[in-house]
Design a protein around this ligand. Structure first.
Ligand SMILES: [Ca+2]
Length: 163
């Protein structure tokens, strides 16, 4: 009898632990900015190591989300110029920007005036540099420039919605 109660308690504690973990993961933040700057490829690898991916901003709402997160890092005022890598490039075909982790072409965009400039600039960043006309707007930058990775948690529901 005591053995049965003990097993019941163990099972109850196990279930509580599972629900607790589920709650923690459900509450985990959607975005994370790397603590250091890197080129676009290293930024993408960094996000994957974190179990995340470079952020996809394929709507006004998601653009506003990444702007809010980038502002919260509170590095832009002191630096004057501040950029975070987003998850798109036109490396496969020049001037055709693709969200790398979904293979979907950009429909919504938030380019700064005159962008994308092309040339050797193939990687997408969200840029704040008022003196150069970037006010949390998009820029194609050389992929080996140094920026902060803007990672996002992969949302399984939105992946399904994409199809
Ligand atoms: Ca550019």
């Amino acid at each position: 009898m005591i053995g049965n109660i003990s097993n019941f308690l163990k099972l109850t504690l196990l279930l509580l632990a599972v629900f607790q973990l589920h709650y923690i993961f459900a509450q985990s933040p959607k975005y994370h900015i790397a603590p250091y700057q890197s080129n676009w490829f290293e930024a993408s690898e960094y996000c994957h190591r974190m179990g995340m991916r470079l952020a996809i901003a394929d709507s006004e709402e998601k653009h506003n989300d990444v702007v809010r997160e980038a502002k919260a890092a509170d590095l832009h005022e002191a630096a004057g110029s501040f950029g975070v890598w987003l998850g798109a490039t036109d490396l496969a075909r020049t001037k055709v920007f693709i969200w790398h982790n979904t293979g979907i072409r950009l429909r919504y965009t938030h380019w700064a005036a005159g962008e994308p400039t092309g040339g050797n600039e193939h990687c997408l960043e969200l840029h704040y540099w008022i003196a150069q006309g970037f006010n949390w707007t998009w820029n194609d930058a050389p992929c080996h420039d140094m920026r902060y990775a803007m990672c996002e948690n992969v949302d399984k529901v939105s992946c399904i919605e994409a199809f």
